[in-house]
Ligand binder design. Sequence first.
Ligand SMILES: [Zn+2]
Length: 177
Amino acid sequence: MIGHIASLTSLIDRCAHRAAMHVRTKTALLNNSAPIVSFTFDDVPESAFSVGAAILDAHGVNGTFYIAGTLCDTVDPDGRSLITTPECRELHRRGHEIGCHTFSHRKVGSLGHQALQLEIERNQAFFSALDSSIVLENFAYPYNRATPSSKLMLQRRFRSCRAGVPGVNVAPWISVC
Ligand SMILES: [Zn+2]
């Protein structure tokens, strides 16, 4: 019985994510004359700070680090140390962007509207306490899972919201939330 419930939950999750891909939200016009690449990290392993950010720094570019506050100063299930709070502060001071990834790193589909709102507020408060100049302006969906309602809600709060989908954005107008 528990296996059936888990399968049903997974199916609902996949359907909601598929549906979200067809919900039109904010778009941005790309009028660049050359390709654009952005370097992003989710969660974030300590190596993204000590190795990834160092490589970006050496080339004079910045990255975006989508971090769930509750994961800071912890070890993930694979035994990897995740970024520490002083390292988050250091990233910001070196010009890298801290992005929002909810506070508790839960799938947005498991959260109601108010709970999702609270997750966003808690994550902002967490980083504001580290450095009052940190403003979370962009968002990445935990587990790359969006829902139609979360897209509509989060597009009002953030400049962009990301989920991982293979491919290259080539249209002049791209969806940013
Ligand atoms: Zn994540």
